[in-house]
Design a protein around this ligand. Structure first.
Ligand code: ADP
Length: 481
């Protein structure tokens, strides 16, 4: 089985969120299922060293974008194919935003080129390698199934995965001829979206199957509350639509070997974790105490993540003597809010603005609990890392958070199955209640320790989900034949 991933991010090369982790880890897990995956990525400036090391494998002439080079390179155990189009991708910084913080004005052209390259590889093959399945990730790859089907290519099967429906790639209707799409697809069952063109909509309309990253989010996407305008499309395609949970890269996220930790540990040597907690306290300048939990947040600072709720719940957290360390960046008001909270309560609150991969590992390995009060969360990865590191997740009951954390209520504590804390509805008051419940359980150190060990024993790797994707690839390939 040969599968081409078309995606805009892949860790560790280029990452703004969980998509990059999935695109990096899933191909490695699929190898165990006999699936040979290549990942097509834009040749961003940030991939400069790779671009230099790579060899050209093809040139394709797209009617819209001109002649473009495809180059192949192996790095970090991955087979990458890079779309070397300097006029589109040789720009520094974020893949989607210019230095002014706004979307690049030619994002429609940039990601149409990526999708067109994916469709071209699916049709023509690349140096003797041709995929059985094209797997498009998110809106940036959404046009790939449309390019194939609308040009009458029916051989290669296609799958679109939605990692977050909040990002849909909606562009003016004038884009249609610019990116070489036929008007025959401009209708409500095609890529038309309320008078515009929707790249994700195209991916949903033309793919053989659709997946998203958790079973609960799949159900939620069919409702107006979560579908963000696409609920009708998800519902119409419900027979071709399913949710498969993301996993974690068990090599990158392994507390027994993690070089970012002061002290590595296993479930049997969990007491060693305290050294990481001390390192975190020092790093954030907090007081040292074991009387109440040290909570952490590692996140984009946005409303989706519910971090405005946490700011308003903070007084109740502090009143219990608990502490909070926050790593992230995002909305200006939240960045200011957490900065001010840290300045007002330096012994109890620490804030680091920005993106820091090693620190994110130390936080998972040292904090007692990770707070994820998301209003919606397709899958979420940080709660999975939290489980694996014994940093008990405290989460809003939505999407993948609902599917992966077992709430510590009296029944689950008594039967010994709890792995974290859930709350719903997702409001400040219920969040603060859950924080207080966590403080109560923490006061019983033996119970907390049992929960940590149970959390660490949860199967959060890719094994089950890689099998599910592999079965889906087989099914769509069979149907195309
Ligand atoms: P999303 O993709 O919606 O941002 P996920 O939980 O799926 O959320 O994935 C977020 C990923 O980004 C995780 O790997 C998390 O550890 C990482 N991350 C988020 N913010 C930061 C940060 N400020 N520093 C380091 N890693 C971060």
């Amino acid at each position: 089985m040969q599968v081409l991933f078309v995606a805009s991010e892949c860790a560790p090369f280029i990452k703004t969120g969980g998509l990059a982790d999935v695109v990096s880890a899933l191909p490695k897990a699929l190898r165990g299922e006999g699936v040979d995956t290549r990942v097509l990525l834009p040749g961003y400036a940030a991939l400069g060293d790779l671009l230099d090391a790579a060899s050209e494998v093809a040139r394709f002439t797209d009617p819209v974008h001109g002649t473009t080079r495809l180059i192949a390179v192996e790095a970090d155990g991955q087979h990458l194919i890079l779309l070397d189009a300097p006029h589109l991708f040789d720009r520094s910084g974020n893949p989607y935003l210019g230095p002014d913080g706004l979307d690049w004005p030619d994002n429609a052209q940039r990601f149409a080129a990526l999708a067109a390259a994916g469709a071209w590889i699916a049709r023509e093959g690349l140096a003797g390698w041709r995929p059985d399945v094209l797997h498009a990730h998110d809106w940036q790859a959404g046009l790939a199934p449309a390019y194939l089907r609308l040009r009458g290519d029916d051989e290669v099967a296609t799958l679109t995965t939605v990692h977050n429906v909040a990002f849909q790639g909606i562009f003016p209707v004038t884009t249609v001829p610019q990116v070489g799409l036929p008007w025959s697809g401009y209708h409500p069952d095609g890529f038309e979206y309320y008078g515009s063109i929707g790249y994700l909509k195209a991916g949903l309309a033309y793919a053989d199957r659709i997946t998203t990253v958790s079973p609960t989010y799949a159900r939620e996407l069919m409702s107006p509350e979560f579908g963000m305008g696409l609920q009708g499309v998800f519902s119409a395609r419900r027979d071709a639509f399913s949710g498969i949970l993301n996993g974690v890269d068990a090599q990158v996220w392994n507390p027994a070997t993690d070089k970012a930790l002061d002290a590595t540990y296993t479930a049997d040597t969990i007491e060693r974790r305290v050294r990481n907690k001390r390192a975190l306290e020092k790093r954030f300048g907090l007081e040292t105490t074991d009387d109440a939990p040290l909570f952490c947040v590692v996140s984009r600072l946005t409303r989706q993540k519910g971090l405005d709720l946490l700011l308003t719940a903070l007084p109740r957290l502090l009143a219990r003597g608990a502490r909070l360390v926050v790593l992230g960046s995002g909305d200006a008001d939240l960045e200011v809010g957490y900065g001010e909270a840290a300045a007002a309560h330096p012994a109890q609150v620490g804030f680091q603005l920005g993106y820091d991969e090693p620190l994110s590992h130390l936080m998972q390995g040292g904090a007692d609990s990770i707070l994820i009060p998301s209003r919606f969360e397709p899958c979420g990865l940080t709660q999975l890392y939290g489980l694996r590191y014994g940093c008990l997740p405290l989460v809003g009951r939505t999407g993948g958070l609902a599917d992966t954390v077992i709430d510590a209520n009296s029944a689950s504590l008594a039967t010994g199955v709890a792995t974290g804390f859930q709350f719903a509805p997702i409001t400040t008051a219920w969040l603060a209640d859950a924080v207080e419940r966590a403080c109560d359980v923490y006061a019983d150190q033996a119970a907390w320790r049992r929960m940590m060990q149970r959390a660490m024993a949860q199967p959060v790797g890719w094994d089950n989900s890689a099998k599910a994707y592999s079965a889906l690839y087989e099914a769509v390939r069979r149907e195309r034949r």
